[in-house]
Design a protein around this ligand. Structure first.
Ligand code: ADP
Ligand code: ASP
Ligand code: MG
Length: 468
């Protein structure tokens, strides 16, 4: 049995949904399908939610009605183009209309309240996937496959109530995923499940972080004990860097879980970094495939770590990052200040992607831009005056990460990486401490990011391949 997950571009239009459903039908193994919202829909929902809370009350209704019209029409026309069975189409369109109306009313309420907290935002974002599964399941039905659209929660994914970035509750999911999906599979029904969207134990809708459909797929795979999790996307597999930055990229045929996590965590958004853990726990191979070029072999991610001759397999870049500097002469005399500071951020769900060294009077680390203002507020409240004199933010940097098994054991490789960056006139602001054995990460100004990626890719991948 396998899980097949289709991302936003792979269900982005009627034409592609047609392609994706053919791929699903051609796969002879038993399977569960997981889908994202149609491409761009989640972004549109985020923008609309932000917009409507700031509107004056007099304009809220008109704006919600306009959004509702476009949203309904977008999904209805996709359904009409892809579902060729009249009865199925009628049912799907009725359900699309119901859900779109529910979205309109929710947005209306939000607009009048003018308060966008994470719980209602998750509810609004869920409509993207809740509609796309209906269309994909309908398209499959009209091609003669018995299919059923389910939310993540209906498929047994139960999370905590950490809205916006909910975490799975493994103790509950031990039974819930099997209980939800096995009876359908036994009855010959193909489950089509919303990625990204689940619910907490009180059935309140949650989402698992942007790009989280991959995570939904690997969680379902883990708790069903499948043979493979397939991620169908818009590139041939994991590439030596983002093809939007470098055109002469190489496909990586095989990668270890550890290398894949580091690449994804530090910016290669082709997979969500959290998706690796469930697969790794159950030793399930993950295969990345291209919906638009299904003949390409793709990338296989497995436990085994394979060292290649040139060592470096890929370069990633994580953008929208800021540096936080905490300063104060009293820091060295205040016991365990770094420990307490990082615990405070952790307790508030603020992740620290990278920590630079600390000195007697200074501690620096990087945060995702979206977390910075909350982190500074928390640190100001608890630490300024208590050993800390000031907190400064250095805006607009990015993290560059070079990945490959054997990096830390190979003499001179870090020096060559930093030399290549310096030769291209790029200043390194910070170097990661305690990076994993398969990566080297460092921070540069955002404006230098793409230049550094191109230089490293040329030096360590293109030139190495050319020189054989
Ligand atoms: P999906 O909608 O299928 O989930 P995403 O947009 O999340 O797809 O991820 C695919 C994109 O990831 C690609 O179009 C590519 O631009 C980007 N990407 C960044 N780094 C890499 C990489 N190293 N290999 C492949 N794709 C990458
Ligand atoms: N639709 C969600 C997003 O755009 C989840 C996903 O695509 O994986 O973030
Ligand atoms: Mg994605």
């Amino acid at each position: 049995m396998i899980v097949m997950k289709f991302g936003g571009t792979s269900v982005g239009s009627a034409e592609v949904i047609d392609k994706a459903t053919d791929l699903i039908i051609q796969e002879k193994d038993r399977k569960v399908v997981v889908v994202s919202a149609m491409g761009g829909v989640t972004d549109r929902l985020v923008s609309m939610a932000k917009k409507v809370v700031d509107l004056p009350n007099a304009l809220v209704e008109e704006e919600c009605n306009r959004f509702h019209r476009d949203f309904l029409e977008f999904h209805r026309s996709a359904a009409e183009a892809v579902i060729r069975d009249g009865r199925v189409l009628g049912e799907v369109i009725a359900r699309i209309a119901e859900l779109s109306e529910e979205l309109r009313v929710t947005l209306l309420g939000l607009g009048y309240l003018g308060d966008l907290s994470l719980k209602p935002l998750d509810y609004i974002l869920s409509f993207g996937e809740r509609l796309s599964v209906l269309i994909v399941a309908g398209a499959l039905e009209s091609k003669g496959v018995k299919a059923k659209a389910l939310t993540g929660y209906e498929a047994g994914i139960i999370t905590d109530s950490n809205f916006g970035c909910a975490r799975p509750v493994y103790s509950k999911m031990k039974d819930s995923v099997k209980a939800a999906l096995l009876p359908l599979l036994k009855a010959g029904v193909l489950p089509v499940v919303t990625g990204f969207v689940a619910a907490d134990k009180n059935a309140r809708i949650t989402t698992m972080g942007r790009g989280g459909s991959d995570y939904s797929a690997s969680l379902i795979g883990r708790f069903l004990g499948v043979d493979e999790v397939q991620i169908w996307t818009d590139v041939d597999g994991i590439l030596s860097t983002d093809p939007k930055i470098v055109s002469s990229v190489q496909l990586i045929p095989k990668l270890s879980y550890i290398e894949a996590v580091d690449l994804a965590y530090f910016g290669a958004k082709v997979i969500h970094s959290k998706m690796i853990e469930p697969a790794m726990e159950a030793d399930i191979p993950v295969r990345i495939k291209n919906t638009f070029n299904p003949k390409a072999d793709g990338t296989l991610i497995v436990r085994e770590q394979e060292r290649i001759e040139r060592i470096i397999k890929a370069v990633a870049i994580a953008k929208n990052i800021d540096i936080v500097n905490v300063r104060g002469m009293g820091m060295s005399e205040t016991p365990n200040i770094a420990g307490r500071l990082f615990s405070l951020l952790g307790e508030n769900n603020i992740n620290i992607p990278m920590i630079s060294g600390s000195s007697e009077s200074n501690l620096s680390f990087v945060l995702k831009r979206g977390d910075v203002s909350r982190a500074v507020e928390l640190l100001n409240e608890s630490f300024v005056g208590n050993g800390v004199r000031s907190i400064e933010v250095l805006e607009d940097v990015c993290i560059i990460t070079v990945v490959g098994v054997g990096m830390t054991g190979t003499k001179g490789i870090a020096a060559r990486i930093f030399q290549t960056v310096a030769d291209n006139d790029v200043n390194i602001i910070m170097i990661a401490q305690g990076s994993s054995e398969v990566n080297v990460s460092f921070v540069v100004n955002a404006e230098d990011g793409n230049k550094a990626v191109r230089a490293l890719h040329k030096r360590f991948i293109e030139d190495e391949i050319r020189s054989g």
